[in-house]
Design a protein around this ligand. Structure first.
Ligand SMILES: Cc1cc2nc3c(=O)[nH]c(=O)nc-3n(C[C@H](O)[C@H](O)[C@H](O)COP(=O)(O)OP(=O)(O)OC[C@H]3O[C@@H](n4cnc5c(N)ncnc54)[C@H](O)[C@@H]3O)c2cc1C
Length: 329
């Protein structure tokens, strides 16, 4: 980036951190993948707003939380990643009893905060290694609970830096899917990068906070539930190796893990990526896996399950960026 280009990204008064050519290996739980051209860590909400207002309009922007559901291809990402978890960490009880959590708050912290305030229902967040922003985007859930069941309203920031509030009625919300509803001009807006081509991972809006409504309860019972839930996860998931949780969504009435296992794919390996023996819907990085290894294994599993069962598994993890060598896949 030459000096003139750099000036586009450094408006007066910005207090956050701008880095160039940052490896996304450090920012994704798979510990694999390419670099992003620019990464901005805002200092707080006002700083994020100033940054977005100062960005060139054509700059693609992607919000990233803890990268626990994200694969960045080895050719990397053009544009700017907004790293939400280092800032945007406000977490408080409002006067009306709801919990306000900013997008960068870790799910586990939200679970503990709710329990410590004798609020029930948020225990399941404890096992999800992401942020509030990532959970809102994914409608993350487990053990019969889902994020949006507890959301009263969300705070979003548009690409041009406008701060708005929305409710669940503004989105089509389903299993691991949150899509912004049609607007007046009849267009269906895609809130997330999943539906966009790898070259244009541009997001129009970002989640910056949410108000959660939970039932009054017994904090000690919630803490016990969290403990039990974490033990269950340790027993059933390969948490000792880098992974991104469940790779595929469960098809209606079945489990992706059951289908993958029934095809004899546990232990299948491409390069450094392997289908976990402990949980067939997890792909683990055995050490030096590239994003290409991981994506090739995802494709191979999908093809073999389709051939054997007629069911096409859909990816839950978000795959963005250019293939190695710089070509969009
Ligand atoms: C061991 C393990 C277990 C897991 N278990 C579960 C589980 O039980 N249930 C479950 O649902 N998931 C699970 N996951 C997956 C993952 O933790 C969730 O999807 C989580 O919600 C992702 O949050 P994140 O902050 O890491 O998001 P990231 O991976 O950083 O991002 C995911 C997507 O959200 C977008 N995004 C992130 N923040 C924002 C924002 N502020 N505004 C707009 N878009 C944003 C990104 O652009 C990307 O498209 C698991 C993952 C691991 C590694």
């Amino acid at each position: 980036m030459n000096m003139t280009e750099a000036q586009h990204f450094t408006a007066d008064g910005l207090r956050g951190t701008l880095q160039q050519n940052v490896s996304m290996r450090r920012h994704t739980s798979w510990r694999a993948g390419g670099c992003v051209e620019r990464m901005y860590q805002p200092a707080d909400l006002a700083d994020l707003q100033l940054f977005l207002r100062s960005l060139p309009a054509h700059e693609p922007v992607l919000a990233v939380g803890l990268g626990s559901n994200l694969l960045v291809r080895d050719g990397g990402l053009r544009g700017t990643v907004l790293l939400m978890h280092a800032a945007l960490k406000d977490l408080r009880i409002e006067a009306d009893g709801s919990i306000y959590a900013q997008a960068g708050v870790a799910a586990a912290k939200l679970a503990r905060f709710a329990a410590n305030n004798n609020l029930r229902g948020a225990e399941f967040f404890a096992g999800i290694p992401g942020t509030v922003g990532g959970m809102l985007t994914m409608n993350a859930g487990c053990y019969g609970s889902e994020t949006w069941s507890f959301v009263e309203r969300v705070q979003v920031m548009t690409r041009s830096g406008e701060l708005l509030e929305r409710t669940a009625r503004d989105y089509d919300i389903a299993y691991r899917s949150v899509v912004k509803r049609e607007t007046g001009n009849g267009k269906r807006e895609k809130h997330d990068s999943f539906h966009l081509s790898p070259f244009t991972f541009h997001q129009d809006e970002f989640f910056v906070g949410a108000w959660f409504r939970l039932q009054a309860g017994d904090g000690e019972a919630s803490r016990q539930d969290i403990k039990a839930l974490l033990s269950k996860r340790i027993a059933s998931q390969p948490l000792n190796l880098p992974n991104a949780g469940s790779v595929f969504r469960n098809p209606t009435g079945d489990y992706a893990a059951r289908l993958i296992e029934s095809c004899g794919l546990k232990g299948k390996q491409i390069g450094g990526a392997r289908v976990s023996e402990k949980h067939a819907n997890f792909i683990v990085n055995m050490g030096e896996a590239t994003a290409t290894d991981i994506e090739s294994l995802i494709d191979a599993v999908q093809a073999q399950v389709l051939a054997a069962t007629g069911i096409k598994l859909q990816c839950e993890v978000r795959i963005v960026g250019d293939a190695a060598g710089g070509e969009a896949k």
